[in-house]
Design a protein around this ligand. Structure first.
Ligand SMILES: Cc1ncc(COP(=O)(O)O)c(C=O)c1O
Length: 345
């Protein structure tokens, strides 16, 4: 256990502007608030362990059979369930690096060996490096698309190349936690593109665009066999009744989800353009955050933000991830960043 890295959550300080955890800044969806009040009465009972109604709602949403869906307490737990189902001691798990910081933890907890394929010079997954990293010990490949924390995404040709380059008995997970923020013309829906391949699993979450991070619901779409295995690895009752009902209500509110995601995308482009004009290198983001590859300047940048009451997410020696917030919050961030632009290193 000493070798397992600890997950570092985004900071929370009362009164601060929190741009550290890639959450929605818009609060609860209106449809969800009413459902929560009603469902709170039921918390003395266990939830439906099979999440039957949620599975049905997700199946209808994606146009698949419910047997192809598995849920968990956030998509991070779902990825953990997939690792538990596929990885034995000493097996290898390939992912790009840097990608979502839970991947090395999930790998280690499953007893696996993490194999990190470096991102390319534009902070984007290097599909050739990922394929080259696969050996006969590899059981699982994790692709974060768009990538956390860099925001970059690979397109259709690269995704197909990755899926084609992996042996059919290796599971490929495409983690689409930020799907609602992508330009669909540039970034394929992995389920639409690869959903007929039995070794491909797509994960999604209610934590970002659906504004339910605190209730913990995520899911996988997979072949029925893989979905059944992933369901078996779920901790019993890990998705609460409140979470199940909130997720069903949120799924019924897709127009509002789309409207909010479009606001975030517009703000993301405004923030990225302003930062670039101030001299910052900002890789193209398809998510609800931007990445500033500041290297050794990351800690200082985050400290300056904190002094101004803004919490961002630094990765020491690498860069800073800034979640897109409300326009006023983004303005506050830009004030700090642009005041420092001459001394940003
Ligand atoms: C790429 C990626 N996957 C999964 C998650 C986990 O989301 P949750 O467990 O809240 O669904 C995150 C959260 O930051 C993420 O960035």
């Amino acid at each position: 256990m000493a070798a397992v890295p600890a997950y570092v959550p985004g900071r929370k300080t009362p009164g601060a502007i929190v741009l550290a955890s890639n959450e929605s800044p818009y609060g609860l969806l209106p449809s969800v608030a009413a459902v929560l009040a009603e469902q709170a009465k039921g918390v003395s009972r266990y939830p439906d362990m099979g999440a039957t109604r949620l599975l049905d709602a997700l199946a209808a949403h994606h146009g698949v059979e419910p047997s192809r869906i598995a849920v968990g307490a956030g998509s991070v737990e779902v990825v953990g369930q997939i690792a538990a189902a596929t990885v034995d001691a000493g097996d290898e798990v390939v992912f790009g690096w840097r990608a979502f910081e839970a991947y090395p933890i999930i790998t280690a907890v499953a007893g696996g060996v993490a194999v990190r394929a470096p991102l390319d010079a534009r902070h984007t997954h290097d599909v050739g490096a990922m394929i080259a990293a696969v050996t006969d010990r590899t059981r699982l490949v994790l692709l974060c698309n768009p990538n956390n924390p860099t925001g970059t995404a690979i397109g259709r040709d690269e995704l197909l190349r990755l899926a084609d380059g992996i042996p059919p008995d290796v599971v490929l997970v495409v983690d689409e936690a930020y799907r609602e923020y992508v330009d669909p013309a540039a970034v394929p829906d992995a389920f639409e593109l690869l959903g007929d391949r039995p070794n491909v699993v797509v994960t999604r979450t209610f934590s970002k665009a659906y504004a339910l991070a605190g209730l913990r619901v995520g899911y996988a779409i997979a072949s029925p066999d893989v979905a059944a295995a992933v369901r078996k690895c779920q901790i019993p009752f890990s998705v609460s009744a409140l979470a199940q009902e909130a997720a069903i209500a949120a799924l019924g509110d897709v127009e509002e989800v789309r409207r909010r995601a479009a606001l975030t995308v517009a703000e993301r482009e405004r923030v990225a353009t302003a930062l670039r004009a101030g001299g910052y290198d900002v890789p193209d983001s398809q998510a609800n955050f931007v990445w500033l590859p500041l290297g050794e300047g990351a800690a200082d940048f985050a400290a300056a933000c904190a002094e101004a009451g803004i919490l961002v997410r630094p990765f020491a020696g690498e860069g800073v991830r800034v979640t897109i917030g409300l326009d006023t919050e983004n303005d506050a961030l830009l004030n700090v960043a642009l005041a420092r632009s001459a001394v940003r290193a």
